[in-house]
Design a protein around this ligand. Structure first.
Ligand SMILES: [Zn+2]
Length: 319
């Protein structure tokens, strides 16, 4: 079973509810991305399905393991991945399903990973079943803030608000997960993540997936740092064609993601979010076109030196 770090008060309140068996039928779990909302939802779902006599969730019974591996047939995710909102039809389908008794579990747990993306009609459809659910039904709603849900839903849910972790706890956990990284990188990721472990982890994971040049490019572009871009591009003039090409395409992809961020789509890289917050769509698009043009020239017979030179001029124009 995953453990939720920090959040001691919240955990001791829940431990009391777990041991007395007095679990609510509806929890609203709030906090920013990377604050542990999914971990907490997993713990709650397991506690609801766990077949151990005490100390639920035990983490070892078949029900707990199925919840952990996301294969429990009575823990049902209600979402429409890839869509901006969750439609009323999807909620209505879930509502119909609520009245079919559990397959094998003690309860039927409906998990809404993006409750904040339910529009008003969908929230009202959900409200009807939360008001008078069958006794075996439970609902776990995730949102960034409670205010994203209708007051009528909030009043029927127990709200669990996740807090940032202390620096000591957070840095120790990052050290455990990234044993090879220099301390400065961990501290930097921790600071940028505002105390939310999942965000810090994303920053660090991404940093190892993207080329260092890409991270520098994104940082300079986001801050309109012309000198920084020049300092980055000049040594790249000496790169080989097949070294330079993938970098330019990676930069173009970061800009593409930054444009998605500006349309409100979640889940993009932190690097892209930085650009999305500070540059306009038109600027990101123009820079992306320049990069694609540079990549094309390189594919033709233009030398890396000339391509990097041209790119400096073009990117300067967007600054
Ligand atoms: Zn168990």
């Amino acid at each position: 079973m995953q453990t939720l770090l920090g959040n001691e008060r919240l955990k001791s309140g829940l431990a009391a509810a777990f041991s007395s068996g007095k679990l609510s039928h509806c929890y609203l779990i709030t906090g920013p991305v990377g604050s542990g909302r999914h971990t907490l939802a997993g713990i709650l779902a397991a506690a609801m399905e766990c077949t151990a006599g005490s100390r639920r969730p035990c983490g070892v019974c078949l029900a707990c393991r199925k919840v952990r591996d996301r294969v429990h047939p009575d823990v049902i995710t209600v979402d429409e991945p890839g869509k901006k909102t969750v439609s009323v039809e999807t909620v209505r389908r879930a509502r119909t399903d609520v009245y079919i008794r559990p397959n094998e579990g003690l309860r039927k747990v409906y998990f809404f990973p993006r409750a904040m993306d339910l529009n008003t009609a969908a929230q009202n459809a959900l409200l009807k079943v939360i008001e008078e659910p069958p006794d075996y039904a439970a609902f776990l709603l995730l949102a960034e803030g409670a205010e994203q849900l209708l007051p009528t839903i909030r009043s029927r849910a127990v709200t669990l608000r996740l807090s940032p972790l202390s620096e000591t706890v957070g840095l120790a956990e990052l050290r455990r997960r990234f044993p090879d990284r220099p301390q400065a990188a961990l501290v930097d990721a921790w600071t940028r993540a505002g105390g939310f472990l999942g965000q810090a982890e994303t920053i660090l994971t991404e940093a190892s997936a993207l080329a260092p040049e890409t991270l520098r490019f994104a940082d300079c572009f986001a801050r309109r740092d012309r000198l920084g871009l020049t300092e980055l591009l000049v040594p790249m003039e000496r790169m080989k064609r097949d070294q330079l090409q993938p970098l330019l395409l990676e930069w173009a992809e970061v800009l593409h993601q930054a444009m998605l961020v500006r349309t409100g789509l979640p889940g993009a890289w932190e690097t892209a979010r930085q650009i999305g917050y500070s540059r306009t769509t038109a600027e990101a698009l123009r820079a992306r076109q320049s990069l694609c043009r540079a990549a094309e020239l390189l594919n033709g017979n233009v030398s890396p030196g000339a391509v990097c030179g041209a790119l400096q001029v073009w990117l300067d124009e967007t600054n």
